[in-house]
Ligand binder design. Structure first.
Ligand code: NAP
Length: 290
């Protein structure tokens, strides 16, 4: 058996197509959706993240303002910059790209974001509304702002398995940004979900019992191919750099022999996440319509 390798770039094209028509409607009403990205200039992972955001925004027709911070900038400089962005009516979403300099407290910066620009959906307002929702359809119907990687995982699962109802999923990793919202999204789609973490006793057994395995840990090859149930769908969001090469949590070669579908790193969950983050910007812009 050789699994299908999911093509995140091809899948994201459909999302961008939908976005472009929503953006055109907004523009016809005088609103250009705008994203602002604040990052530390010269920080390499941040620089490549920023380039990806510029490219994705252009594809969606969203305006993207890049705000580089200098290595010498203080926490007060960051706070002032964020406050300026929050007041800017032409910006509908703000991303703070980590890592920040050591002297800057990330929790303090993140606590400044307001619900109308919380494109990552991590503030209490959107996070709370999302966890109160029970049906997956409510996300689009209500324009809920959900952490984009978790949403990408759910969309990939929905696309790959025609009938998700009653399937068993294992989500490895319980962070607010990926694992926990991914588990909630799958539950909304009537999947029976196990949420595992660093204290889970027998990960091998949990993986072996799952029809869908989602991994969001950041540990290369944590999940062995031999553990995987025959015909399972493997969605890998973990990203680590091994000798300069991006690597997922799942042993890809081993998984290819057992699974029905595997998302690669890079080119799997990542491009879908990028498109869905832009969808969050557009949803926030639509909320401003009179
Ligand atoms: P995180 O906050 O560090 O969470 C990692 C999770 O993995 C924790 O819940 C941790 O368990 C669990 N874990 C650690 N070791 C484990 C083990 N041996 N077995 C099972 N679970 C284990 O990380 P994150 O921000 O969610 O990111 C996870 C991965 O996804 C990273 O590779 C990251 O690059 C990638 N990613 C992140 C984002 C993002 O926006 N942050 C987006 C896309 C992809 P405990 O809770 O018990 O500590």
């Amino acid at each position: 058996m050789s699994a299908e390798v999911f093509d995140g770039f091809a899948f994201s094209e459909g999302i961008y197509e939908g976005l472009r028509s929503r953006v055109l409607k907004l523009k016809a009403r005088g609103i250009v959706p705008g994203l602002a990205v604040i990052y530390g200039k010269g920080v390499l992972p941040a620089e490549s993240y920023v380039r990806a955001k510029i490219k994705a925004s252009a594809k969606a027709g969203v305006s993207c303002g890049i705000i580089p911070m200098r290595a010498s900038d203080s926490e007060r400089d960051y706070v002032r910059t964020i406050q300026r962005v929050l007041k800017d009516k032409e910006i509908h979403g703000l991303i703070l790209v980590k890592p920040f300099p050591e002297r800057v407290n990330p929790d303090k910066l993140e606590s400044l974001t307001s619900p109308d620009k919380d494109v990552e959906g991590l503030g209490a307002f959107h996070f709370g509304k999302f966890f109160m929702a029970r049906r997956f359809e409510e996300i689009e119907e209500e324009g809920l702002i959900v952490p984009a990687t978790a949403l990408a995982i759910a969309e990939i699962a929905r696309k790959s398995i025609p009938s998700l109802k009653g399937k068993k999923a294992l989500v490895v990793g319980r962070s607010n940004i990926v694992g926990s919202p991914a588990a909630h999204l799958l539950t909304m789609m009537d999947v029976t979900v196990t949420l595992s973490h660093s204290k889970t006793k027998n990960l091998k057994k949990e993986v072996h019992e799952a029809d869908i395995v989602v991994s969001a840990v950041g540990r290369p090859h944590l999940i062995h191919g031999s553990w995987i149930k025959k015909g399972a769908v493997i969605i890998d969001a973990g990203t680590s750099s091994v000798r300069g090469k991006l690597t997922g949590d799942v042993d890809l070669n081993g998984a290819l022999k057992k699974a029905a579908l595997v998302t690669p790193i890079p080119g799997g969950v990542g491009p879908v996440t990028a498109a869905l983050l832009l969808r969050n910007v557009v949803s926030l812009a639509e909320r401003r319509l009179p």
